[in-house]
Write a protein that binds this ligand. Structure first.
Ligand code: SF4
Ligand code: SF4
Ligand code: SF4
Length: 153
Protein backbone atom coordinates (compact mmCIF):
# COMPACT_ATOMS: atom_id res chain seq x y z
CA UNK A 1 0.00 0.00 0.00
CA UNK A 2 1.27 3.48 -0.86
CA UNK A 3 1.48 5.94 2.00
CA UNK A 4 2.97 9.39 2.52
CA UNK A 5 6.04 9.40 4.72
CA UNK A 6 6.96 12.64 6.48
CA UNK A 7 10.45 13.89 7.32
CA UNK A 8 9.65 16.74 9.70
CA UNK A 9 13.22 18.00 9.79
CA UNK A 10 13.20 18.59 6.03
CA UNK A 11 9.97 20.60 5.98
CA UNK A 12 10.50 24.34 5.46
CA UNK A 13 6.81 25.25 5.80
CA UNK A 14 6.63 26.62 2.26
CA UNK A 15 3.08 25.19 1.96
CA UNK A 16 3.61 24.12 -1.65
CA UNK A 17 1.98 20.84 -0.65
CA UNK A 18 -1.14 22.68 0.53
CA UNK A 19 -1.45 24.63 -2.73
CA UNK A 20 -0.84 21.46 -4.76
CA UNK A 21 -3.63 19.65 -2.91
CA UNK A 22 -6.02 22.58 -3.42
CA UNK A 23 -5.18 22.71 -7.12
CA UNK A 24 -5.61 18.95 -7.54
CA UNK A 25 -9.18 19.13 -6.20
CA UNK A 26 -10.19 22.39 -7.88
CA UNK A 27 -11.46 23.24 -11.31
CA UNK A 28 -8.56 25.60 -11.94
CA UNK A 29 -6.34 24.67 -14.86
CA UNK A 30 -3.16 25.89 -13.21
CA UNK A 31 -1.77 27.61 -10.16
CA UNK A 32 -2.17 30.91 -12.03
CA UNK A 33 -5.95 30.83 -11.86
CA UNK A 34 -6.38 28.98 -8.56
CA UNK A 35 -8.46 31.16 -6.24
CA UNK A 36 -6.89 30.77 -2.79
CA UNK A 37 -9.75 32.61 -1.10
CA UNK A 38 -12.49 30.34 -2.51
CA UNK A 39 -13.58 28.00 0.29
CA UNK A 40 -14.40 25.38 -2.32
CA UNK A 41 -10.66 25.02 -2.86
CA UNK A 42 -9.87 23.17 0.34
CA UNK A 43 -6.66 21.26 1.01
CA UNK A 44 -6.67 17.78 2.55
CA UNK A 45 -3.35 18.32 4.30
CA UNK A 46 -2.09 20.78 6.91
CA UNK A 47 1.13 22.43 8.03
CA UNK A 48 0.88 23.40 11.71
CA UNK A 49 3.12 24.52 14.55
CA UNK A 50 3.41 22.40 17.68
CA UNK A 51 3.74 23.80 21.22
CA UNK A 52 7.47 24.30 20.66
CA UNK A 53 6.84 26.32 17.49
CA UNK A 54 8.18 23.47 15.36
CA UNK A 55 6.67 22.86 11.94
CA UNK A 56 4.59 19.70 11.70
CA UNK A 57 3.28 18.55 8.30
CA UNK A 58 0.04 16.58 8.75
CA UNK A 59 -1.16 14.08 6.19
CA UNK A 60 -3.64 11.20 6.36
CA UNK A 61 -1.84 7.98 7.22
CA UNK A 62 -4.47 5.70 5.70
CA UNK A 63 -4.13 3.81 8.97
CA UNK A 64 -4.28 0.05 9.15
CA UNK A 65 -6.59 0.30 12.18
CA UNK A 66 -8.29 3.50 11.18
CA UNK A 67 -10.38 5.21 13.83
CA UNK A 68 -12.28 7.25 11.25
CA UNK A 69 -13.43 4.11 9.45
CA UNK A 70 -14.55 2.48 12.70
CA UNK A 71 -16.48 5.62 13.68
CA UNK A 72 -18.30 6.09 10.37
CA UNK A 73 -21.87 4.84 10.73
CA UNK A 74 -23.13 5.71 7.26
CA UNK A 75 -20.65 3.75 5.17
CA UNK A 76 -19.30 6.94 3.62
CA UNK A 77 -15.78 5.96 4.63
CA UNK A 78 -14.40 2.72 3.29
CA UNK A 79 -11.10 1.05 2.58
CA UNK A 80 -10.38 0.60 -1.09
CA UNK A 81 -9.79 -3.13 -1.50
CA UNK A 82 -7.22 -2.63 -4.22
CA UNK A 83 -5.14 0.24 -2.85
CA UNK A 84 -5.83 -0.06 0.90
CA UNK A 85 -6.57 3.67 1.11
CA UNK A 86 -9.38 5.10 3.23
CA UNK A 87 -11.74 6.86 0.84
CA UNK A 88 -14.70 9.14 1.55
CA UNK A 89 -17.81 8.83 -0.58
CA UNK A 90 -19.28 12.26 0.05
CA UNK A 91 -22.69 11.24 -1.30
CA UNK A 92 -23.10 8.88 1.66
CA UNK A 93 -21.76 11.27 4.30
CA UNK A 94 -24.46 12.50 6.71
CA UNK A 95 -22.26 15.10 8.43
CA UNK A 96 -22.31 13.54 11.92
CA UNK A 97 -18.58 14.43 12.36
CA UNK A 98 -17.85 11.17 14.19
CA UNK A 99 -14.83 10.60 11.93
CA UNK A 100 -13.70 14.19 12.43
CA UNK A 101 -13.67 13.67 16.19
CA UNK A 102 -12.06 10.24 15.90
CA UNK A 103 -8.94 11.00 13.88
CA UNK A 104 -6.05 11.82 16.20
CA UNK A 105 -4.34 13.73 13.40
CA UNK A 106 -7.29 15.91 12.36
CA UNK A 107 -7.12 14.48 8.86
CA UNK A 108 -10.83 14.11 8.22
CA UNK A 109 -12.29 17.58 8.07
CA UNK A 110 -15.65 19.20 7.54
CA UNK A 111 -16.05 20.47 3.99
CA UNK A 112 -15.89 24.23 4.50
CA UNK A 113 -18.25 25.11 1.65
CA UNK A 114 -21.15 22.85 2.61
CA UNK A 115 -20.55 22.19 6.32
CA UNK A 116 -22.57 19.06 5.61
CA UNK A 117 -19.97 16.55 4.48
CA UNK A 118 -16.45 15.54 5.34
CA UNK A 119 -13.47 15.43 3.08
CA UNK A 120 -10.10 13.77 3.37
CA UNK A 121 -7.01 12.76 1.43
CA UNK A 122 -7.84 10.50 -1.52
CA UNK A 123 -4.18 9.97 -2.46
CA UNK A 124 -5.02 11.93 -5.59
CA UNK A 125 -7.01 9.00 -6.91
CA UNK A 126 -4.00 6.73 -6.46
CA UNK A 127 -2.27 8.65 -9.18
CA UNK A 128 0.88 10.59 -8.35
CA UNK A 129 0.16 12.48 -5.08
CA UNK A 130 0.50 16.13 -6.03
CA UNK A 131 1.68 17.23 -2.58
CA UNK A 132 4.69 14.93 -2.92
CA UNK A 133 5.33 16.00 -6.50
CA UNK A 134 5.49 19.64 -5.46
CA UNK A 135 7.48 19.45 -2.24
CA UNK A 136 10.80 21.16 -3.01
CA UNK A 137 12.69 19.67 -0.08
CA UNK A 138 11.69 16.00 -0.22
CA UNK A 139 10.04 16.31 3.20
CA UNK A 140 7.18 14.12 2.03
CA UNK A 141 7.65 10.96 0.04
CA UNK A 142 5.51 8.08 -1.12
CA UNK A 143 6.56 4.83 0.46
CA UNK A 144 5.25 1.36 -0.16
CA UNK A 145 4.07 -0.61 2.86
CA UNK A 146 2.73 -4.09 3.24
CA UNK A 147 -0.44 -4.37 5.31
CA UNK A 148 1.68 -5.05 8.40
CA UNK A 149 2.98 -1.47 7.97
CA UNK A 150 6.53 -2.62 7.31
CA UNK A 151 8.49 -0.48 4.88
CA UNK A 152 9.33 -2.68 1.91
CA UNK A 153 10.52 -0.06 -0.58
S1 SF4 B 1 -8.29 10.23 8.51
FE1 SF4 B 1 -7.10 9.90 10.39
S2 SF4 B 1 -7.84 7.95 11.28
FE2 SF4 B 1 -8.57 8.08 9.15
S3 SF4 B 1 -7.03 6.93 7.99
FE3 SF4 B 1 -6.43 9.13 7.91
S4 SF4 B 1 -5.02 9.43 9.65
FE4 SF4 B 1 -6.09 7.46 9.97
S1 SF4 C 1 -2.07 12.77 -1.67
FE1 SF4 C 1 -3.35 14.18 -2.87
S2 SF4 C 1 -5.25 14.34 -1.68
FE2 SF4 C 1 -3.69 13.52 -0.28
S3 SF4 C 1 -2.82 15.31 0.76
FE3 SF4 C 1 -1.52 14.88 -1.03
S4 SF4 C 1 -2.34 16.18 -2.68
FE4 SF4 C 1 -3.90 16.06 -1.07
S1 SF4 D 1 5.92 21.32 0.37
FE1 SF4 D 1 7.34 20.12 1.63
S2 SF4 D 1 8.67 21.67 2.59
FE2 SF4 D 1 6.87 22.76 1.82
S3 SF4 D 1 5.42 22.81 3.56
FE3 SF4 D 1 4.92 20.98 2.37
S4 SF4 D 1 6.06 19.29 3.31
FE4 SF4 D 1 6.97 21.24 4.02
Amino acid sequence: MKRIHIDREACKACKNCIIACMLQHSEAESIHNLNLTDINNQARNKIVLNNNDEVVPLFCRHCRDSECLTACMSGALSRDKKTGHIICNQKQCVGCWMCVMSCSYGMVMPEKASQERTLKCDMCGDDQPQCVENCPTGAIKVIELDMKEKVIK
